[in-house]
Design a protein around this ligand. Structure first.
Ligand code: NAD
Ligand code: ZN
Length: 355
């Protein structure tokens, strides 16, 4: 069976295109009562970008905090806040920020029209009703969250996305100028998330020409950004992220993402840096990719946290292994159908101990 994927129907790209956001949203505002909620990373509080948000009288500027990666409980709380803010539902939800903020915006738009808690929808195609129209304005490039059909949420029992066709954004606004203020470390870690998406997709057993077409171009752009010097590197990384997301849509990530989910679940390590920590330990599986990653790290002048697993006890280590090995499709993509005979618990433990 082939999967019939929903794609983002509208994309605008270019330096300064954020200025057209008001015009882009205007077809959604059909009556005077219609209002928009701008789900905005609180890092932008009081900044020039915040003053450029095209707020109408009835709109809601909702600042969100992403010090922790998005949790189902936070999504439920924000959804409630939006529902009680006005007597009607908003006509649009706009997410402005990195992967975490985009995921929060996707989740809120879904939960406004689907009853209960977001924990009930963690999984595949559990969402029943279409979301409120939702748009993304990425301010950090790499995750591919702007194109994916998931929003990654940590619930009380699991870290699992709300995967559905309804999750996909209706509009993406790609303005590379908006990534200008990202701290160097963060720019690298999230950029490497994209690089690793490409390496894992291109080396995977699920590879096909669709994924390859996007993955190869994305990888080429990542190399230009992190190994060469280009004045328009931000433009290149924004397109790399988009294409990297497209590449894994029709294939899968691999060992690095599986292990990084363990780090994230147990130690709360964020996605980008967690992927870097895990990838650095995976020379055996992605020899050329890891070598190149280290060159990029050196050239950027960024380092990764080391020995992050050294204080874990046996029970904690076992939990981390459970989370990582629970992601069967990722391992199958990396190692093939017999992955369980290769990636034993002992092997996974030895990899975690290298991190
Ligand atoms: P992020 O959204 O967590 O942001 C990282 C930091 O950068 C935050 O402190 C944020 O405030 C700051 N920041 C963002 N834009 C900035 C700007 N322009 N200037 C200054 N600071 C800025 O980081 P991320 O790596 O983009 O996203 C990681 C999240 O994305 C994780 O929660 C992960 O689970 C999720 N993710 C989702 C998907 C998906 O397909 N839905 C894919 C990969 C990752
Ligand atoms: Zn990733």
């Amino acid at each position: 069976m082939f999967r019939n994927f929903k794609l983002v129907p509208r994309v605008i790209f270019g330096r300064g295109c954020f200025s057209q956001l008001d015009e882009i949203l205007s077809p959604q505002r059909t009556t005077l009562k219609d209002w928009v909620v701008f789900v905005t990373d609180d890092v932008f509080t009081g900044t020039a970008l915040a003053s450029r948000i095209p707020l109408h009288d009835n709109d809601l500027l909702l600042y969100v905090n992403v010090d922790d990666e998005p949790k189902t409980q936070y999504v439920d709380q924000l959804t409630q806040q939006v529902k009680t803010a006005r007597p009607t539902l908003p006509c649009a939800v706009v997410g402005m920020g990195g992967g975490a903020t985009m995921d929060l915006a996707k989740a809120i738009s879904l939960m406004l029209t689907n009853p209960g808690s977001s924990t009930e929808y963690q999984g595949w195609d559990l969402i029943k009703h279409p979301a409120v129209y939702h748009a993304a304005v990425p301010t950090l490039s790499g995750t591919g969250a702007e194109v994916s059909r998931t929003t990654v949420l940590t619930g009380p029992e699991k870290k699992l996305g709300l995967n559905s066709d309804y999750t996909v954004f209706d509009q993406v606004v790609l303005d590379p100028e908006l990534t200008a203020g990202v701290p160097k470390d963060q720019y690298f870690y999230t950029g490497m998330d994209c690089y690793i998406h490409c390496i894992e997709s291109l080396a995977g057993t699920y590879l096909n020409e669709f994924s390859k077409a996007y993955g190869e171009k994305s990888l080429d752009l990542c190399r230009q950004v992190f190994l060469e010097n280009h004045p328009d590197a931000a433009d290149k990384l924004m397109m790399a992220s988009f294409f990297g997301g497209m590449s894994i849509a029709y294939s899968q990530v691999g060992a690095c993402h599986a292990l990084s989910y363990g780090l994230s679940f147990l130690l709360g390590i964020h996605h980008g840096v967690g992927c870097c920590i895990a990838f650095d330990a995976l020379e055996e599986y992605y020899p050329d990719g890891v070598k190149e990653f280290r060159v990029m790290m050196e050239k950027t002048g960024v380092d990764i946290p080391r020995q992050v697993t050294k204080d874990l006890d046996d029970a904690q280590m076992n939990t981390m292994i459970d989370v990582a090995l629970g992601l069967a499709p990722l391992w199958e993509n990396c190692l093939g159908k017999d992955w369980q005979t290769i990636m034993t618990r002992d092997k996974a433990r030895s990899l975690f101990l290298k991190m």
